[in-house]
Design a protein around this ligand. Structure first.
Ligand SMILES: CC(C)(COP(=O)(O)OP(=O)(O)OC[C@H]1O[C@@H](n2cnc3c(N)ncnc32)[C@H](O)[C@@H]1OP(=O)(O)O)[C@@H](O)C(=O)NCCC(=O)NCCS
Length: 151
């Protein structure tokens, strides 16, 4: 069954929700730095994401579903980070969220290459990158690096 998912740019009203999700143990578990994020650091990151228009919030039936953010590493080459909000994890929302992220990368940001950096222990995220056609290029210390050409 098709899910009623929408996605929009994050705005300043989302700052506290996004901080609480970033600091939830179920999201921290998949993060590269597995430490809680301080308010000041979060606000700096958040303002930078708003300035670059690279932070997106997805909803399922008008309830928050997940967050996708991008960083332009080189011209046209982006890395991404995403999570399903804690209460919506484990219900099959990973693929739809990532597919929306891919659409945004391609059609809104104009990216021609997308990279995901995944903790070796994050089996779910590694499976999802494989399912969406990313290529596993190398292991960097504790990270698996996945890339996908978008054009
Ligand atoms: C990684 C992450 C995005 C995956 O999203 P998710 O919603 O938890 O994953 P899904 O529900 O789509 O899939 C997870 C499992 O639920 C199963 N599942 C449960 N109900 C399902 C349903 N209704 N439909 C499809 N799959 C379902 C899937 O088969 C899958 O099984 P698996 O654990 O054997 O792989 C999410 O767990 C997350 O945000 N984690 C924390 C942050 C993170 O790791 N981000 C990625 C950093 S690279």
């Amino acid at each position: 069954m098709l899910k009623n998912i929408s996605i929009r740019h994050a705005n300043r009203l989302d700052v506290l929700d996004i901080l609480s999700w970033r600091n939830d143990p179920k999201v921290i578990r998949g993060a590269i730095d597995k430490v809680p994020i301080e308010f000041k650091n979060h606000v700096n990151w958040f303002e930078n994401q708003l300035k670059n228009k690279t932070l997106f919030l997805a909803h399922l039936d008008n309830r928050p579903l997940g967050v996708v953010s991008f960083t332009e590493e080189a011209k046209g080459s982006y890395s991404w980070s995403f999570y399903v909000v804690p209460e919506q994890q484990g219900k099959g929302n990973g693929v739809p969220l990532m597919e929306l992220g891919l659409l945004i990368a391609r059609n809104i940001l104009g990216a021609d290459r997308l990279q995901g950096e995944v903790q070796h222990t994050n089996r779910r995220s590694k499976d999802l990158h494989n399912r969406l056609g990313f290529i596993h290029i190398l292991n960097d210390n504790n990270l698996a690096i996945y890339i996908k050409a978008l054009k």
